[in-house]
Design a protein around this ligand. Sequence first.
Ligand code: DC
Length: 214
Amino acid sequence: MTHVFTIAIDGPAGAGKGTLARRLADHYRLNLLDTGLTYRAVAYALIQHALPLDNVSAAETAARQVDLAKLDRTVLSAHAVGEAASKVAVYPTVRRILVEKQRDFAKTPPGAVLDGRDIGTVVCPDADIKLYVTASAEVRAQRRLAEIESIGGTADFTEILADIMRRDERDMGRADSPLKPAADAHLLDTSEMAIEAAFLAAMAIIDDVLAKRD
Ligand code: DC
């Protein structure tokens, strides 16, 4: 059986794991799944139908209907959708449905880079490489502010920071699959690191694992 290679990337919102995942998937020619989009798709479906986010059976139905090939980043990237996603992500039955789809994706040759909150701990506990990408809440808030300003928007740093801290608390504090580094994850703190440096650091970790296995 050919070995399917898996790179698991976890970390809080805004740590730079999405960009890193994309760069690594390109470089190692692997499939890519931003698992946050699957939770966002569920939240978006509820919002579209004007259903409350705590309607668990509607969330389960929406989760079953998620098609990984049809996740529309443009529609799902809105900040409010991310907030709502963090709320529907607390329900174990919703998670189970999405995790199954994510595992099927990971099994598809030649393998994949998956990024999220519970990839190394729950979705792919046997991943070949696990990275936990983090940055201080202040740095993540600063990055989000710069991003908003770069497209001509305005925002308040204190509000963004409070928002990020609330989201961290929800993602790290939930009972089912909370965000935390897997015991065997490599930690990558990007607080004082540009994305290129984070990419090089991740590549060094991955190439080392690959060299040892050859
Ligand atoms: O990474 P993101 O901002 O797109 O994720 C949105 C929310 O989805 C996040 O706050 C928590 C949830 N999520 C999760 O619980 N597990 C994942 N593997 C990915 C995202």
